[in-house]
Design a protein around this ligand. Structure first.
Ligand code: NAD
Length: 496
């Protein structure tokens, strides 16, 4: 791992791309418009980025459709497609420090996390998806002997992908890797708050041999580029990660246009349940602190609702406050920093508003509080913990997407499950217990796409990631992500 000084030196060496990437080339937005990409750590301007809209969407869609129809990628032998994607993964690996730095500058997440988690995870996802694609066999249905029915998987066509800013490279890769591996053409609209790494990897894709028009990147806003993609008639599938509010709008856009298939990975308000029989209270407290303060709480699976069995609540709270001391907001380019600034002023304002509402609603502040924002010094929030919270309070019900934790108590297993499930969301849940039977019982009954027992947030490319209820309908990673980007066809042949 490089030192703080080495990362700062590398910063002056890297060139940031700011144009859209369409048909294998960087291109300014048709309108000539740009938006400012700001470093949240010092509020300096990083780049003026092409602000794409419907005209650019039309251009990219034509290029992507032409590439798909030509068969240059969609009909390429899977083994060959795999080798190109593997070469792309090699190039990403060769540029891993640069990619880590770009995301840290762009959205303020810790460089250590970028180096240890986001970049290796993204490369692994690409390699894994590439490796799967020449192992995707079709089926023969067990029909009567007079017929032969083939069930085959085909690429979908042009896939639009819309991503959020909290794990810029990783959220992009979890979607583009399986979509491209399956032979689709892709148009990616990264978040306007963190578009830079997507532009760099597009250039490297071309270098690896991904044909022109197969992978296009349109930076821009949701209500312009995003909406135009979601309403476009030449896009058959839309894969989205972001808030539940926008996820709902995308379903409407699909209904208003061509009934495109819409895969949604949306928001969360994940619970963490700590039972008195957990093996190690210190470990549980550290896990709970990690689950809310990692990435400044800008994590879809952040456990922002913590339920502790009342018999250990005092002991647990003391351990939790101790564990929280590891999260001191600082410059994310310093490898020792575990918590950087919020992505922008709007997000900092959201966090501030929820902290104020928690205080107004009568929750007791145990740590942190309203941010001390000073213009030009970065959008820093404080690790914040409230006790005496309840489900009537807005900050307990709504996703904050910041480092704000609500701690509540419970007496029985039944009560803990009821509280955990009392949410419109159902993304992740963390359960701390040393009782094997309880671990299984509780996991089964949690309304949640993912459950972690005696840990939080772990996983690799082999396991699916996604939620239920207002947290969405799709899954990233694993075999299930590949299913999302292929169409099933059955061909019935009469042998008579
Ligand atoms: P967001 O919904 O505001 O934006 C996500 C993307 O949608 C951005 O690219 C944005 O430009 C685009 N968009 C916004 N309005 C649009 C519109 N009308 N039409 C089309 N596109 C539009 O979310 P965000 O603030 O970028 O990200 C935070 C959210 O993402 C949180 O709710 C978080 O929980 C969620 N998230 C979920 C997962 C998951 O896997 N479930 C992972 C990461 C983040």
């Amino acid at each position: 791992m490089k030192t703080y000084q080495e990362w700062q030196a590398l910063r002056s060496d890297i060139r940031l791309h700011s144009d859209a990437y369409i048909n294998g080339a960087f291109t300014a937005a048709q309108s000539g418009e740009t938006f400012d990409c700001i470093n949240p750590t010092d509020e300096s301007l990083l780049a003026k980025v092409a602000s794409c809209d419907e005209a650019d969407v039309n251009l990219a869609t034509e290029a992507a459709k032409a590439a798909f129809k030509s068969g240059v990628w969609s009909e390429m032998a899977p083994g060959k497609r795999k080798r190109i994607l593997q070469k792309w993964a090699d190039l990403l690996e060769a540029h891993q420090d640069e990619l880590a730095l770009i995301d840290t500058l762009d959205m303020g997440k810790s460089i250590s996390e970028m180096v240890n988690i986001d970049v290796p995870d993204s490369i692994d996802c690409l390699r894994w998806s590439a490796e799967c694609i020449d192992k995707l066999y079709g089926e023969i249905a067990p029909t009567n002997p007079d017929n032969l029915a083939l069930i085959s998987r085909e690429p979908l066509g042009v896939v639009a992908i819309i991503t959020p800013w909290n794990y810029p490279l990783m959220m992009v890769m979890w979607k583009i890797a399986p979509a491209l591996a399956a032979g689709n053409s892709v148009i990616l609209k990264p978040s306007e708050k963190s578009p830079l790494s997507a532009l760099r990897i597009a250039e490297l894709a071309t270098q690896a041999g991904v044909p022109d028009g197969v992978f296009n990147v349109l930076p821009g806003f949701g209500h312009t580029a995003g909406k135009a993609l979601a309403l476009h008639h030449n896009i058959g599938t839309l894969a989205f990660t972001g808030s539940s509010r926008v996820a709902g709008m995308l379903m409407e856009y699909a209904g208003q246009s061509n009934m495109k298939r819409v895969w949604l990975e949306a928001g969360g308000k994940s619970p963490c349940l700590v039972f008195a029989d957990c093996k190690d209270v210190q470990a549980a407290a550290q896990g709970a602190a990690t689950a809310i303060f990692t990435n400044q709480g800008e994590v879809c699976i952040a456990c922002s609702r913590l339920y502790v069995q009342n018999s250990i609540k005092d002991e647990f709270m003391a351990a939790l406050l101790e564990a929280a001391k590891a999260y001191v907001p600082g410059d994310p380019l310093d490898p020792a920093t575990k918590m950087g600034p919020m992505v922008d002023k709007a997000q900092l304002d959201t966090v501030t508003r929820f902290i104020e509402s928690a205080i107004a609603d009568g929750a007791t502040l145990a740590l942190g509080g309203v941010p001390d924002y000073q213009a030009g010094k970065g959008y820093y929030a404080k690790p914040t913990i409230f006790t005496d919270a309840n489900h009537e309070m807005e900050f307990v019900r709504e996703e904050i997407f910041g480092p704000v934790l609500a701690v509540m108590g419970f007496d029985t297993e039944e009560e803990a499950i009821a509280l955990a499930n009392d949410s419109k969301y159902g993304l992740g849940a963390s359960v701390w217990t040393n009782d094997l039977g309880r671990a299984h019982r509780v996991s089964r009954r949690l309304e949640s796409g993912m459950v972690w027992v005696n840990t939080w947030g772990d996983g690799d490319t082999t396991v699916p990631f996604g939620g239920v209820k207002a947290s969405g309908n799709g899954r990233d990673k694993s075999w299930h992500a590949l299913e999302k980007y292929t169409e099933i066809k059955n061909t019935w042949i009469s042998l008579k």
